[in-house]
Design a protein around this ligand. Structure first.
Ligand SMILES: O=C(O)CCC(=O)C(=O)O
Ligand SMILES: [Fe+2]
Length: 295
């Protein structure tokens, strides 16, 4: 076991189990192309797990692959090169490699961009404070295709997000378009996560335990795996087995509120390993007034 900086070390009770982890066989895998029973499948998944996977989702494989390939090229650059577009207090988007979740550093680096560029957000949670902040996308010089790949991909993901929001509304007995107007001033943020191999995977986490603060998160993970969900039925951490070309969807804090707590935003985290790097891409649908990441 190698050593890592103290900043990455999780408290004993939050470290991932040493033994091989339990796969979450029960997380529903839902085929979006088959309308029979779809709404109730989504509703049951949201109620029982807060998580589900979707296939036949309509996002073209080649668009996702292009984003993944160009992201891998970007993360392969030197730290110095990547830090040229590093996130700062004034600049909320771009590259970041020192994120902390619950005050412990995550074993990861990320690249963030938004669908609507620039995106305006309230400067503070105070509704009387009318000051707005502007979020601008920043793109690296290399690889040049990352910008186009990102812009094309997020359009496809937004279509999927709206489809899912409609299904969730229907599953709550509401009209399909019930949530649409809440997203007028919203954006979708895409985060590409890169988890390098870690010499001490039993002491650290790629992302520490957290709930997602947005409405809905749509995640793609490569074939390495590592996402763990705290199973509602018994509180055990279970691993979501990678399914080729499937998206993992989870409800965030905002849907928990909109559903009057019928659907719960569930805790999850990411385990890392000694040998393989891992890439995941996630889009979270953020509601305009509440676009605060509460990791
Ligand atoms: O990479 C993953 O599998 C999940 C990442 C995550 O949960 C997050 O960034 O909020
Ligand atoms: Fe998350």
């Amino acid at each position: 076991m190698g050593t890592v900086d103290q900043a990455f070390i999780q408290a004993q009770e939050h470290r991932p189990a040493k033994s091989s982890s339990t796969y979450a066989e029960g997380i529903p895998l839902i085929d979006l192309s088959s309308p029979d029973g779809l709404v109730s499948e989504i509703g049951n998944a949201c109620k029982n797990w807060g998580f589900f996977q979707v296939v036949n989702h309509g996002v073209p494989l080649e668009k996702r692959q292009k984003l993944e390939d160009s992201s891998r090229k970007f993360f392969g650059l030197s730290s110095e090169e990547k830090r040229k577009i590093r996130r700062s207090e004034k600049q909320a988007l771009g590259y970041y490699d020192t994120e902390h979740t619950k005050n412990v550093r995550d074993w990861k680096e990320v690249f963030d961009f938004v669908a609507n560029d620039p995106h305006l957000i309230p400067a503070s949670p105070d509704p009387h404070d009318k000051e707005l902040l502007e979020w601008h996308n920043v793109w690296p010089q290399y690889p040049p295709e990352l910008k186009e790949a990102s812009e094309e991909y997020v359009k496809e993901l937004e279509k999927l997000a709206f489809k899912l929001m409609e299904l969730i509304a229907l599953s709550l007995g509401l009209p399909a378009n019930r949530f649409h107007s809440f997203f007028r001033d919203q954006t979708t943020r895409v985060r590409i996560n890169h988890y390098p191999p870690c010499p001490a995977p039993d002491l650290t986490l790629g992302v520490g335990r957290h709930k997602d603060g947005g409405a809905l998160t749509i995640l793609f993970q490569d074939d390495v795996g590592g996402l763990q969900v705290k199973r509602k039925s018994d509180g055990e951490w279970v691993t979501v087995k990678p399914t080729p070309d499937a998206y993992i969807v989870n409800v965030g804090d905002i849907i928990q509120v909109w559903s009057n707590e019928a659907y719960e935003s569930v805790e999850h985290r990411v385990k890392v390993n000694t040998e393989k790097e891992r890439i995941s891409e996630l889009a979270d649908k953020l509601e305009g007034e509440l676009s605060i990441n509460n990791n």
